[in-house]
Design a binder for this molecule. Structure first.
Ligand SMILES: [Fe+2]
Ligand SMILES: [Fe+2]
Length: 145
């Protein structure tokens, strides 16, 4: 089974956020592993863990917005609430599908949640950090003024 690998494009150059995102991707891989094994119970358990972990991640990220004076903090908070609700609804629906339809869907939905957060939302933080000189795209170093 192929693993979803961490990509350079996911990197924000903010160690605590990158660490959280890596943990999210690890859980996505556990969902994929369980789906591959046809273990629906484990899939549901890992999806719950993904949602739970993402909530603590969102709160860490939002605290950094305040520390940075990030102007789009409210829009991003809404983004978090929106993708969480969407994922919650999608994950619940999965459990109602017949077994033969679910395995690939579990992987897709888990990965989609990760991508919605890291690419769909957090890339905007990256532009802000680079603009402000907090993160540099070249070497990934971060300085706090
Ligand atoms: Fe994030
Ligand atoms: Fe985010």
């Amino acid at each position: 089974m192929q693993k979803y690998e961490w990509q350079g494009i996911y990197e924000l150059s903010v160690p605590e956020l990158d660490g959280d995102h890596k943990t999210m991707l690890e859980i996505v891989n556990l969902v994929a592993q369980a789906a591959h094994a046809g273990n629906r119970e484990k899939c549901n358990k890992e999806l719950s863990r993904l949602l739970e972990f993402s909530l603590s991640h969102f709160s860490r990220e939002e605290q950094l917005f305040d520390a940075w004076g990030y102007g789009e903090a409210d829009v991003h908070r809404q983004h978090h609430a929106g993708i969480y609700q969407k994922a919650l609804d999608n994950f619940r629906k999965l459990d109602t599908l017949p077994e033969n339809e679910t395995n690939a869907r579990y992987c897709d939905e888990a990965l989609a949640y990760f991508i919605d957060e890291v690419i769909g939302g957090d890339m905007k933080i990256k532009s802000f950090l680079i603009e402000r000189g907090i993160a540099t795209p070249k070497d990934g170093m971060m300085s706090v003024s």
